[in-house]
Design a protein around this ligand. Structure first.
Ligand code: LMR
Length: 332
């Protein structure tokens, strides 16, 4: 009798363990550095929602916003080591990984509109750039938009010469470094999570970002002026650990692909409005004065910055730059 009870208990324990084990969802840790209330923050939440719905209980997406888990300079390695499965860094942050061609997106004034940008991200250049990630153990899934960057400082930046001698925070891109030097400023590479403090304590005098990042990181509290230069873009590459992605059961992977496709549409559809709303928020705060530029004033910024295109040919590759010019119709 005792033996039969023992066998029954053992069988049901094994069954329960097996079932519990079989039901363990696949966890995707998705780390990023911006606030929830931004195009990328909202895009990540939308992906989580769709992936969990379409994964039918087999997938759990844990989103870690605001550099909670990893900050710039740490997150790429964490992805390669498999400590996180998904990231969406700005394309200005791929240089340290050895894929310098992504810095083509950082060339000043190379994009006039979101539609120009999409011609590149959805075309051959976008694909070519993703192919370069494979040898780094990374798979590119999608490009997500944020918006056009503006310069900020505690000094009014009306003409390019106003930047002279100012320390401006930039992302880890050599093209952005050249951009600040072209204006006579002093570029300072700094992790996004440290920018507010850097501005507050004067380690840097100013920075460049789209309104959505400027507002949600409360930079308006520590910057007196924001100049609508629209001189560049913040664009993201949503990337995954290749080994993790390739090892997924095919049906789970296709559910995730479909979730990513729809989350990408969502994120890119809201990006422009999110930035407009953020700019309104900055205006309403009354803390930062917005400087708008006349077409002539904007042309002066463009003239001062376009030298960077030629200068950075050897870093990015002339062929890559030419391919982007061709897609967007840009004439240097
Ligand atoms: C920055 O570091 O300025 C931005 O790229 C942050 C982000 O991810 O938008």
């Amino acid at each position: 009798m005792k033996f039969r009870i023992f066998v029954a208990v053992a069988i049901s324990a094994t069954f329960a363990f097996g079932t519990a084990f079989a039901q363990q969802p696949i966890v995707i840790k998705f780390s990023h550095v911006v606030a929830l209330d931004t195009p990328k923050g909202k895009g990540a939440e939308q992906f989580k929602k769709l992936a969990e719905e379409r994964g039918k209980g087999r997938v759990k997406v844990e989103v870690y916003p605001n550099s909670q888990l990893y900050k710039d300079g740490e997150e790429m390695e964490a992805l390669q080591l498999g400590s996180v499965q998904m990231l969406a860094p700005s394309v200005a942050k791929f240089g340290p990984l050895g894929v310098r061609e992504f810095e083509v997106f950082d060339l000043p004034y190379i994009f006039d509109s979101y539609s120009d940008l999409h011609k590149v991200t959805e075309g051959a250049v976008g694909k070519m750039l993703f192919a370069k990630l494979e040898s780094k153990g990374i798979t590119g899934l999608a490009y997500w938009d944020n918006g056009f960057k503006d310069f900020s400082a505690n000094k009014a930046l009306k003409v390019p010469a106003d930047v002279k001698g100012l320390k401006l925070r930039i992302q880890s891109s050599n093209v952005l470094e050249a951009e600040i030097r072209a204006l006579g400023g002093i570029p300072q590479k700094m992790a996004f999570s440290e920018v507010y403090q850097g501005l507050q304590n004067g380690v840097v005098d100013g920075t460049e970002n789209p309104p959505s990042n400027f507002y949600t990181q409360k930079m308006h509290e520590v910057q007196k002026y924001l100049t609508m230069t629209d001189h560049g873009v913040i664009e993201y590459a949503v990337i995954v650990n290749k080994k993790f992605w390739d090892g997924l059961p095919p049906d789970v992977r296709s559910a995730l692909e479909s979730a990513m496709k729809d989350a990408t549409k969502y994120a890119n559809d809201i990006a422009k409005k999110e930035n407009e709303d953020a700019l309104e928020g900055v205006k309403k705060s009354g803390k930062t004065q917005i400087i708008t530029l006349s077409p002539e004033e904007k042309a002066a910024w463009k003239k001062a910055l376009l030298t960077v295109h030629k200068e950075q040919e050897s870093r990015i590759g002339k062929d890559v730059i030419q391919a982007v010019y061709k897609d967007t119709g840009f004439k240097p």
